[in-house]
Design a protein around this ligand. Structure first.
Ligand code: AMP
Length: 292
């Protein structure tokens, strides 16, 4: 499986990529991570990228395309990969299309994590605080000033990719404001729907998540699907019962049977109306209540 995670800084791409790596046994290819490693090692690429990254700008397309092309050729990427932070510009996306074609590889999906921009700063602040707590080195570009520039780069240069991939029918958009595990589940469902993963691997991951409860690997989805209709049937039967009850009670005093909308208050009003001798009482009241 080969997928791209698209989203602004702080949208959770890195977190989701790591979870997907664990779940599907594929590798995460983060250009940001690779560039940071190059900066730390002082390689020619690192020297080129250092200042640009510190200022929140984008490293030249040819540099990142070269890095990714080499990385995809590594044996550990044969099983599949998640591109995190690449492509970031339309020329990068075009170069990726070309190099995948050349390598006879297919891109399965582009997952966009959509988030409210207002939440991003606090998310990055939380990330910084957590890194400090763990005693990790904090990224030089994780400051409010640089984040503003990184967001501007995203808006101007990366957001056009949403259109690029949606035109090519590759884009799936997921609400990145949900809890981390809900986002993971939504991505998983999307990958299933697209056929990027087999239902079998769904069963495997579900069994992994709750090994004590599930018997065989295949048992869980079967159980789930069997349960659902039974539940729905119960619910339906219950609502029919309630409707019948309501109908019986009101029929006692009124000729016009209130529909499902007639609740307690309606029934009371119906009784009152009947006492007064009005036959149409319940219907009128039902309408009034329903309007509210
Ligand atoms: P990230 O870790 O994805 O937030 O990336 C950190 C920084 O690395 C970015 O702000 C850019 O300066 C640089 N960078 C990472 N990926 C790319 C890319 N695909 N194209 C250009 N610059 C990149």
């Amino acid at each position: 499986m080969r997928i791209i995670l698209l989203g602004p800084p702080g949208s959770g791409k890195g977190t989701q990529a790591q979870l997907l790596v664990q779940r599907y046994g594929i590798v995460q290819l983060s250009t940001g991570e690779m560039l940071r490693a190059a900066v730390a090692a002082g390689t020619p690429v690192g020297l080129k990228a250092k200042e640009i990254m510190a200022g929140g700008g984008l490293v030249p397309d040819d540099v990142v395309v070269g890095i990714i092309s080499d990385r995809i050729d590594q044996p550990d990427a044969k099983n599949g990969f998640i591109l995190d932070g690449f492509p970031r510009t339309v020329p990068q996306a075009e170069a990726l299309d070309e190099l995948l074609k050349h390598k006879h590889l297919k891109l399965d999906a582009v997952i966009e994590l959509r988030v409210n921009e207002s939440a991003l700063l606090s998310r990055v602040e939380t990330r910084v605080a957590q890194m400090r707590e763990r005693g990790e080195e904090v990224r030089v570009d994780d400051t409010p000033e640089v984040l503003t520039k990184r967001l501007a780069s995203y808006r101007n240069q990366t957001e056009p990719l949403i259109h690029y991939y949606s035109e090519r029918r590759k884009l799936s958009t997921i609400d990145g404001m949900m809890a981390i595990d809900e986002v993971t589940r939504a991505i998983h469902r999307q990958l299933l729907a697209l056929g990027a993963i087999e239902p079998k691997s769904h069963a495997r991951s579900a069994a992994k998540a709750a090994p004590a409860k599930t018997g065989t690997k295949k048992a869980k989805p079967a159980k789930k699907t069997a349960k659902k209709p039974a539940k729905a049937a119960k619910k339906a039967a219950k609502s029919v019962k309630t409707a019948k009850k309501a109908a019986k009670k009101t029929v006692k005093g009124a000729k016009k049977t209130p529909k499902k909308t007639a609740k307690k208050g309606v029934k009371k009003a119906a009784k009152k109306a009947v006492k007064k001798g009005s036959k149409k009482g319940p219907k009128k009241v039902t309408k009034k209540r329903a309007k509210r």
